[in-house]
Write a protein that binds this ligand. Structure first.
Ligand code: PRP
Ligand code: URA
Length: 206
């Protein structure tokens, strides 16, 4: 399932991020805020279990989350989405996948992996602002599936149709959440109109 979170606040903040004149500080702040807004929608179908709570007025039959949530940012740029989601789901654990795209082949190269032990019982949210060719997200999802993850959500900011197609074909069980679905990839694999290189803009590198 592809869900594009078409919301005025998200679109407004994303427009600031897209602007070439926006610097590192504002870019990161908008990303953090959008990630929190996205977390609200991405967590909409999290499973719950009954819980009884004593209020000052008596007993309340209510619910609490029944599954652990694990956030897996794809390094580097996925780090920019992690804290915004943790602000909403503070009990979430965090794993890491280090991948970069070889700029010639556009193939993802793995350089780091570290996960909490209970991926199989958790809802795992893979985080990366950019879904371009889909190679990085595809590889990241493969890595966590190999470690037992079954309930996986891919949370990105801007997606290209090409990347969405790859994930839908290779991982039909994974729900994809985007803040925007853009037009296409250019000849060097960047999303158009996109927002440029997310990692460089978050961390001020070039
Ligand atoms: C960017 C981005 C994604 C990937 C998307 O990372 O953050 O991980 O490219 O492209 P794809 O869908 O074609 O795989 P990059 O490889 O630039 O690494 P970085 O985060 O270290 O800058
Ligand atoms: N990675 C980015 O950071 N931006 C793109 O447009 C494509 C891949």
């Amino acid at each position: 399932m592809l869900k594009v979170l078409d919301h005025p606040l998200i679109t407004h903040k994303l427009a600031i991020m897209r602007d070439v004149a926006t610097g590192t500080k504002d870019f990161s702040q908008q990303l953090d805020e959008i990630a929190s807004l996205m977390a609200y929608e991405v967590s909409r179908d999290l499973p719950v279990k009954p819980k009884d709570v004593t209020t000052p007025m008596g007993l309340c039959h209510t619910y609490e989350l029944s599954k652990k949530v694990v956030l897996v940012p794809i390094l580097r740029a996925g780090m920019g989405m992690t804290q915004g989601i943790r602000n909403l789901i503070p009990t979430a654990k965090v794993g890491f996948i280090g991948l970069y795209r070889n700029h010639q082949t556009l193939e993802p190269v793995e350089y780091y992996a570290k996960f909490p032990s209970d991926l199989a019982e958790s809802v795992v949210m893979v985080l990366d602002p950019m879904l371009a060719t889909g190679g990085s997200a595809d590889a990241a999802i493969e890595m966590i599936k190999k470690r037992g993850a079954k309930n996986i959500k891919l949370v990105c900011l801007v997606g290209a149709p090409e990347g969405v197609k790859v994930i839908e074909e290779h991982h039909p069980d994974v729900d994809i959440y985007l803040a925007a679905l853009d037009s296409h990839l250019n000849e060097v694999g960047y999303i158009v109109p996109g927002l440029g290189d997310a990692g460089d803009r978050i961390f001020g590198t070039k």
